[in-house]
Every structure is written in C-alpha cells, then in structure tokens.
Design a protein around this ligand. Structure first.
Ligand code: SF4
Length: 356
C-alpha cells in the first residue's frame, strides 16, 4: 500500500502532477426498470481538486445523487455504469475489484449523506463505529483510533466527547448526528469528500453551522469537496465551481461567479429567477417558476430534455443532439442558443412572466 492508501498493484498507481483529485469523464448510469431502461446519468463530466468545492445543483430527480453513488461505487446491482474515466488521484476506480474499492471508500474518499441515521449503525455506539473505520483501514491501533475519534469529535464542535463516544445514534439530535457523521468521514484523512444534501434535514441555524464547519474542515484537511444540493443559497455560499444538472445531464458549468452572474442555459436562468437575490430583487416583485416537471428518463431520449419547460424552445430542440456551447476552458452549457442570445434571454425574465 502506498502513502495515499492505494495498493501498488492498483491500475495507474502513480500520481501524475496533472491528475485532478477526482476526474469523471463521460459517465453514464443506466438502471433496468420494469418499463425499460432508465437513463439516470448521461454523459456527465467534471473534476475537482484538493482545496476546491464543486457544487452539483439541480432539482429532485435530475441525477445528482446517482452521480455521487456512482463515484463512490455504491450503485445498486441493477445499475450499469460506463465512463471514459473515473479516477481518484490517477487511480482508475472502474478497474478495482470490490475489495480494493472498499479499501479506498471510507479511507481516501468519504461520503456524507443527507440523513445520518441511514448511515450510522443504530446498534453500535459512536465510539465503536469511529474506531472500526480507523482500524479496518489499517490506520493504527484501537487506542490511536480512540484518540483520533476524540480529537475529531472535539474538532466538529461536540462537547463531553468521552461520554458521546459511548452513546448510540438515537441518543443524539439531528445536528449532532451530522457532526458525528462528518467526524467519522474524516477518521482516515480522506482527500475527497462527497456530501449529498448534508444540511437538508436540519433546521436553518444548524444548517449554517454545518456548512461553516465543512468549509473550515476542507481548508484544514486540504480536501476536495463535492457538494450536492438543490439549494442555490448553499451553492452561493460554498461553491468555487458549479455544475447544474437536469434530466441526468450537466447542462451548465463554470465558476460560481460566472454561473451566478451570467447564467446561460435557460434552466439555470429559470432556477435563478425562482429565488430572491439580495440587492437585485425589488421588494414585492414576483418570483419566477419553472412550470412542469423533470421528464421521465426511461426509453428513447432524443432532443433537448428541457424542451417541454423551456420558453425558448424551437424546432431544432425537438430531435438530435444538443450542441455544447463552450465559453472558456471550464465554462460551457448545452443549448442551441449561443451566448449572445442567452444574454438577451437573461434580461427578459421569461420565467417570471410565465409564473404570473
Ligand atoms: Fe431550450 Fe432548446 Fe436550449 Fe433546450 S436546446 S434549453 S429547448 S432553447
């Protein structure tokens, strides 16, 4: 095992300077369902580096969580994954046997779920669970595991840690459970954390504290953070870069500043018209709405998947591939409309008008 926690026999075990921490290229996830094949994720590509936060944003059912499960190797058996590249620090995750993948999961990469009760084991104490992660990955002795668990519980803002280590998950509040989950994820010093709606189940003040904590820990441990959320407020607060997902595809990506200042895909424009923006929205002004729902992703997928909800739909959108409009190295969106027309549309407030 090398100092990154990878076996020397792992595919591409040598880290190249140019390797992003997490690199995903052309990821597809299909799931067999009674009605046919559900194309949950289609041609998704992104990367994230240490110290960087990528937010994947979109409404429910657009493929965000399946993307995170695919990266973590946690897809259901009936799902089929294909990708050109799926690598962590240059190691090809798709080539790993399950046993080798589970050595990396929880060790070099960790996952924080929306509801910690679904990932904490209800019949073991917090201390047992934290120590097991550390010792199972060969990081040290039980005593060292206990010391690290105490340090991390303290670090995530939990008091009286010695007694907390002896408690069961049901004895903690939702906010404390999420802090425990974060501490547990850090036990093996991961290089990348995937957090799927980590604050959605919490009340607003606890949400802010947990986000603040995540940002602090990311700095301290120099981790790559992929944050999955439907909340644009969370994106604005946390993201260095943003990937907007719709119907299993990334329809727009760029830096947070670019995407918030000049959203170019009609879906991104619609999302931003649905929320009040401090300093921009007039008091008493109407908010927008994106009418309709995410389409069923079963069966043939020809044309733009947003066409039934898009105020700018035209004949070309109904069939064939949608072109990628590349604005710069890491800034692009999927649409037939070029950037000049997108800028004009942005000023039109079409989603606000449609909502009235
Ligand atoms: Fe709208 Fe057409 Fe662009 Fe799709 S490709 S977002 S339907 S304008």
């Amino acid at each position: 095992m090398d100092d990154r926690g990878f076996r020397l026999s792992d595919p591409v075990s040598k880290l190249r300077d140019s390797d992003p921490t997490l690199l995903v290229k052309n990821l597809n996830v299909d799931i067999a369902v009674p009605a046919g094949t559900l194309h949950a994720v289609t041609d998704v590509s992104f990367h994230v580096d240490r110290g960087e936060t990528l937010c994947i944003v979109g409404e429910s059912g657009c493929g965000k969580s399946i993307t995170s499960l695919a990266v973590m190797g946690l897809l259901p058996r009936k799902a089929t994954l294909t990708a050109t590249t799926l690598s962590l620090e240059g190691v090809d995750l798709m080539s790993l046997k399950e046993r080798d993948f589970s050595n990396i999961r929880g060790n070099r990469m960790g996952m924080i779920f929306q509801d910690p009760m679904t990932s904490l084991n209800p019949v073991y104490t917090i201390g047992n669970q934290m120590e097991e992660i550390y010792t199972r990955h060969g990081k040290g002795t039980r005593q060292e595991a206990k010391d690290r668990a105490e340090y991390l519980l303290n670090r995530v803002g939990i008091t009286a840690v010695k007694s907390r280590l002896g408690q069961f998950p049901h004895q903690l509040s939702g906010g404390l459970r999420q802090r425990v989950m974060i501490a547990m994820t850090l036990m093996c010093d991961p290089i990348m954390i995937m957090a799927d709606e980590p604050t959605t189940a919490l009340d607003v003040t606890i949400q802010a504290q947990i986000l603040h904590l995540l940002a602090d820990l990311q700095d301290e441990f120099n981790m790559a953070l992929v944050l999955i959320t439907h909340d644009l407020g969370v994106v604005a607060r946390m993201a260095d870069r943003v990937a907007v997902m719709y119907a299993g595809r990334i329809v727009e990506q760029g830096t947070a500043t670019q995407v918030f200042a000049t959203p170019s895909h009609p879906y991104t424009q619609g999302l931003l018209e649905c929320i009040p923006i401090p300093g921009k929205s007039e008091p008493g002004s109407h908010l927008g709405a994106i009418k309709g729902m995410v389409p069923a992703l079963v069966g043939d997928q020809d044309g733009c998947m947003f066409r039934n909800r898009c105020p700018y739909v035209m004949d070309a959108c109904t069939h064939g591939n949608v072109p990628e409009q590349s604005l710069s190295d890491m800034r692009s969106y999927l649409c037939h409309l070029g950037s000049e027309q997108a800028a004009i549309n942005l000023k039109s407030g079409a989603f606000v008008t449609a909502a009235q």
